[in-house]
Design a protein. Structure first.
Length: 351
């Protein structure tokens, strides 16, 4: 079996759902169920005997140690993290605790566990750390996309905490011989994306008749990848990746935020036209910029394409349409996640 951490969040849940649709190998899913973890994401596999859910933190050494010894997973995939840049600006502490201290404790538990295993088990074991392109910092408009050799220049408390976790993973390989793999991926979008992030926030606000907030001039560039393509890349790296290596994952879909928002409005105009015939674009509002806002990210995915023969299946056009359709078909999911503490966050961030 494999152990997934953070498997009730956006990417982790997509990964677990896809894994069980494609494999018979069971999954232990360790998630602390923070505001971003949602068991509703796992409804369709809740009674599946191949899925064992455990509520708990990667920072809990004793719990992780007990899970490793009882389930003996052949691999661990670490999705667990605090993931929202704006929240890291308001309150970095949780990011340090989860992304740095949590990853450290997880690595320590794995180190102890592997020390008690035989050589064959240790040889085939893998720890795959899911990281981000944000560790590389911001690109100028004409600079080449991030390759795996790009130096780390994280600019937000979130990206700095992810960078620190990547360095710990690297150090545990070099010092203790832990069989690690790291992936650094660009911006994901798709089903189960929490509506604090740009794409689901725009869909939710548009449909609720609220303003669609664009930070600054909206000309910041992100490189978008459909979440299921990120999951397929992770499976490929787990299966064929070379121990100790890092792989950049991206969709070669560089777009300004403004063009992403306009595209979303146009799809909504078509699929859920407003009764008065107006466009959702009328709800766009330019708001105060994110402090330290990175101007551009772009991933050079040549290594994973060349060495592991991985390619995304969706273009931005196909993936974004599927995403809008998913949100339109799942208004009950949106309704549930946007109650309670979500409202407090939105009031604080956009007041
Ligand atoms: P998310 O915020 O939607 O989900 C994170 C999950 O981790 C939640 O279920 C949460 O409950 C859980 N969690 C938080 N702290 C935990 C802890 N201490 N122990 C166990 N579980 C804990 O995040 P996401 O967007 O799904 O991102 C998953 C991973 O992928 C993160 O490591 C993130 O840095 C990375 N990543 C995200 C993107 C993206 O665009 N979303 C892109 C590249 C990389
Ligand atoms: O690049 C990978 C990263 O992508 C991941 O590591 C992070 O976990 C993930 O959250 C995402 O980070 P971003 O900061 O790029 O995502 P977010 O959806 O918050 O913002 C995308 C862009 O949209 C960014 O330039 C900020 C802008 N934005 C965001 C929000 C929430 C707005 O203009 N208005 C908004 O209301």
């Amino acid at each position: 079996m494999i152990l997934v951490t953070g498997g009730a969040g956006f990417i982790g849940a997509n990964f677990v759902l896809d894994w069980l649709a494609l494999h018979d190998e069971p999954v232990v899913n360790l998630d602390a169920l923070t505001y971003a973890g949602n068991l509703e994401n796992l409804n369709s596999i809740w009674s599946d005997p191949r899925h064992v859910f455990v509520k708990g933190s990667i920072a809990d050494y004793d719990l992780v140690d007990a899970l490793l010894r009882s389930h003996q997973p052949r691999a661990i995939l670490n999705f667990a993290a605090e993931s929202h840049v704006d929240r890291s600006i308001h309150g970095p502490e949780e990011f340090i605790q989860t992304n740095i201290v949590g990853t450290f404790r997880l690595l320590e538990a794995i180190r102890g566990f592997l020390a008690s295993q035989n050589e064959d088990f240790r040889e085939s074991f893998r720890f795959l750390h899911v990281s981000t392109d944000e560790v590389y910092g911001s690109l100028a408009p004409d600079e080449a996309a991030f390759s795996e050799h790009r130096k780390y220049e994280p600019n937000s408390p979130y990206s700095a905490s992810k960078a620190a976790s990547d360095h710990l993973v690297r150090a545990y390989h070099h010092t203790y011989g832990l069989p690690v793999l790291t992936t650094n991926c660009s911006n994901n979008y798709g089903p189960y994306h929490f509506p604090e992030k740009l794409i689901p926030l725009v869909i939710h606000n548009a449909l609720s008749g609220k303003q669609i907030p664009i930070y600054g001039d909206g000309m910041q560039v992100r490189d978008w990848l459909f979440v299921k393509d990120h999951c397929s890349a992770i499976r490929r790296v787990l299966e064929r990746g070379k121990v100790g290596e890092t792989y950049n994952v991206g969709g070669r879909n560089e777009l300004t935020n403004l063009s992403v928002v306009n595209t979303l409005c146009e799809i909504l105009d078509e699929l859920r036209p407003l009764p008065n015939g107006a466009s959702y674009k009328a709800q766009i509002s330019f708001v105060r910029d994110r402090p330290g806002h990175d101007r551009r990210y772009a991933i050079d995915a040549a290594k994973i394409e060349r060495e592991l023969d991985w390619r995304p299946s969706e273009t931005f056009e196909t993936g974004i349409r599927k995403t809008v359709e998913w949100y339109l078909a799942n208004d009950a999911w949106v309704e549930n996640v946007t109650s309670g503490s979500y409202r407090q966050w939105i009031n604080r961030q956009y007041q």
